[in-house]
Every structure is written in structure tokens, then in C-alpha cells.
Design a protein. Structure first.
Length: 154
């Protein structure tokens, strides 16, 4: 009787091994997804002014040409470089966007030669790459899990 109980116990644990392994694999699969989703869901309820929130400052200004034409300009990021005064002669380089606003890359003072640029925090640029890498990692895990299920399902 003890041998039958041992064999029955071994058979039932063998039958439940695959569902347990699938459960463990799904737990490992959805752990990164929870880490990606839960902060974004909670982030909507908190204020966006906390120290962990990164923001890109946008500074709008107007440049008047020698002919008297005014141009609306905007520079993104923290102002780094030389100090500029109101009314100072400057040279502006950048691109004009669809709404006819000049998106400035650099402002150069013609009097002092100081160059002012907008500096965007590298963590902001890295955030997009981290999100894409996380999604690709999740897709790879799903493909591996589907392959394992197909292999053990046969």
C-alpha cells in the first residue's frame, strides 16, 4: 500500500509540474510589466512637480532683425553658456517649425562672442531608450515562453 501511495504521489506531482512551471514563468514574465505599468498608473495621481519628475524647460523669446521684423523663438532645455542682456545684438541659429516659430539651437552674442545653448538632461533622452528596451525585453520573454509551451505541449 505504501508503494502505491508513493507512486500516486509521484504521478500527481509529475502532472502538476508543468502548470507550476508555467505559473512561475508567467510570474517572471509579468514582474517587469508590473514595474513598468504600476508607476505610470500611480504617476497620474501624484503631482508632477516632485524631485523624481524631470521636466524640459522651454524659454520663449522674440528676436528683432535689423529691418524691424520680429521672429518668435523658443529654446528647449536649461540655458547654458554665456549671459545675454535684453537688447543685445545676437546671432540665432536653429530651425523653423510648422507654426513659423524658430526652434533655437544656439544664441551667440555679437558683442562678447558668448554662446548660449539649451541643455536637455541626459536622463530624459535615456528614458525613451529604456522604455523601448523594456518593451523589447518583454516581447522576447513572451516569445520564449510561447516556445517553451509549444515544446512541452507536444
Amino acid at each position: 500500500m505504501a508503494a502505491r501511495n508513493a507512486m500516486g504521489s509521484a504521478a500527481s506531482s509529475a502532472l502538476t509540474a508543468i502548470p507550476r512551471a508555467i505559473g512561475v514563468a508567467l510570474g517572471l514574465l509579468f514582474a517587469p510589466l508590473r514595474m513598468l505599468l504600476i508607476p505610470s498608473l500611480l504617476g497620474g495621481r501624484r503631482t508632477r512637480n516632485g524631485p523624481d519628475q524631470l521636466q524640459i524647460p522651454i524659454t520663449p523669446f522674440v528676436v528683432t532683425s535689423d529691418e524691424g521684423t520680429t521672429y518668435d523663438c523658443v529654446i528647449r532645455g536649461e540655458m547654458r553658456g554665456g549671459f545675454l542682456k535684453l537688447g543685445e545684438a545676437v546671432e540665432v541659429s536653429g530651425r523653423v517649425n510648422g507654426s513659423h516659430v524658430l526652434r533655437v539651437d544656439a544664441v551667440t552674442s555679437l558683442r562678447t562672442g558668448a554662446v548660449t545653448r539649451g541643455r536637455i538632461d541626459p536622463r530624459i533622452r535615456a528614458a525613451r531608450a529604456q522604455t523601448i528596451a523594456g518593451v523589447l525585453f518583454l516581447i522576447m520573454l513572451i516569445l520564449i515562453l510561447v516556445g517553451l509551451i509549444q515544446t512541452f505541449g507536444r
